[in-house]
Write a new protein. Structure first.
Length: 360
């Protein structure tokens, strides 16, 4: 069975293609982080190699081996966060592509199709992109390429043109909440909060339901943001340097901090305009109300614009520290209670000598 939710039209499209044998040799799966692109790619790889009567059955040996990452004909590559040597990989290199390019020239070993999944394909180096382009121009009938991207504009237009584009949109929040309750046993109130916070990104919601660290990280990220609103310039510059080091080590983790801030400021804008019912961070309503009352519309919109600009600059490999310094130096000043404190408690401003972990 298909594990991805909120994508019924896409599933029907691929089911028809599987039955008719008319699937393309390459697909560009576009969508925000954690929306389900990886899950869908694995499901499609299973469906292409499934030996059951209703692919993907999820139960046959082929489906199970693909789910476990042990199938010889299904390969996946992505950026390394640098856990082993501490150095992050900022590009999918030519060597990465060379390896799977050679595998693509071989016939399937244990299934019907070889499936190659490139997660974060927009991060391919120029030479790696050109190698993929050559492969896509000379497709093999027994090979399917799945390129997963968040920012498709960073891909070579010629690569995009060789793929069939499929956009995965965020799932409806009620569907995500229902999934958490029915499949993972999450109680209703928590499921509703996680579904809202996920913005329809099923992967994030499921991970947050099973790993409390994600919600703890979010709480610390919002506490840091609120503290920085009342901090002086030295504290802001110190945090900019620390967050820049995070970006250098793991760009995705650094970007997730900024996306969390972006969601918070969007909620402030909603509250400011009388649309609090549409806010996502519903467990921080006291802080949202206070910030919406003290900040002007101009400040809120400027904060949103600068966050979007900073995310775009980091994606383009602009100096992270410079981009973050500009962001934080232009952040408005407001002293507010921490999102995790009671209404009467004052937010703690980071000490100048404290580390990022201490601030969190």
């Amino acid at each position: 069975m298909w594990q991805v939710i909120g994508q019924p039209k896409i599933i029907r499209l691929f089911e028809r293609g599987l039955r008719a044998g008319t699937l393309a040799h390459a697909y560009l799966l576009v969508g925000p982080p954690h929306v389900g692109k990886g899950t869908f790619a694995i499901n499609l790889a299973q469906a292409l190699n499934c030996t059951g009567s209703d692919p993907p059955c999820g139960q046959c040996p082929s489906c199970r081996r693909i789910a476990e990452g042990k199938h010889a004909d299904v390969r996946s590559i992505r950026l390394s966060a640098g856990e082993g040597n501490g150095r992050a990989q900022h590009e999918i290199s030519t060597e990465d592509i060379k390896e799977i390019q050679y595998s693509a020239s071989l016939p399937p070993y244990e299934g019907r199709f070889r499936v190659f999944i490139i997660d974060g394909a927009e991060n391919m180096s120029a030479e790696a992109s050109n190698r993929i382009l050559k492969v896509l121009e000379e497709p093999s009938p027994s090979v399917v390429w799945l390129l997963l991207v968040v920012e498709e504009t960073r891909l070579l237009p010629t690569v995009v043109s060789r793929c069939q584009r499929v956009e995965l949109r965020p799932a409806p929040v009620p569907e995500v909440a229902g999934l958490l309750q029915e499949r993972y046993g999450v109680e209703a109130a928590k499921a509703g909060l996680l579904a809202r916070l996920s913005g329809g990104r099923t992967g994030w919601a499921v991970s947050a339901a099973s790993d409390s660290r994600l919600m703890e990280d979010r709480a610390r990220t919002l506490e840091t943001l609120v503290s920085l609103l009342g901090a002086d310039l030295n504290d802001r510059l110190q945090y900019a340097a620390e967050l820049a080091r995070t970006v250098e080590k793991d760009r995705r983790a650094g970007a997730e901090v900024l996306r969390t801030w972006l969601g918070f400021w969007r909620d402030v804008l909603l509250v400011k305009n009388g649309c609090a019912g549409d806010a996502v961070n519903i467990d921080c309503m006291d802080t949202l109300n206070k910030l919406a009352s003290s900040a002007t519309l101009t400040e809120i919109k400027a904060a949103l614009d600068r966050l979007n600009d900073t995310l775009s600059q980091i994606a383009r490999n602009v100096s992270a520290q410079l981009a973050l310094e500009v962001l934080l130096l232009n952040m408005p000043t407001h002293r507010l209670p921490s999102p995790s404190t009671t209404e009467g408690e004052a937010a703690k401003v980071p000490d100048r000598g404290s580390s990022l972990s201490e601030r969190k």
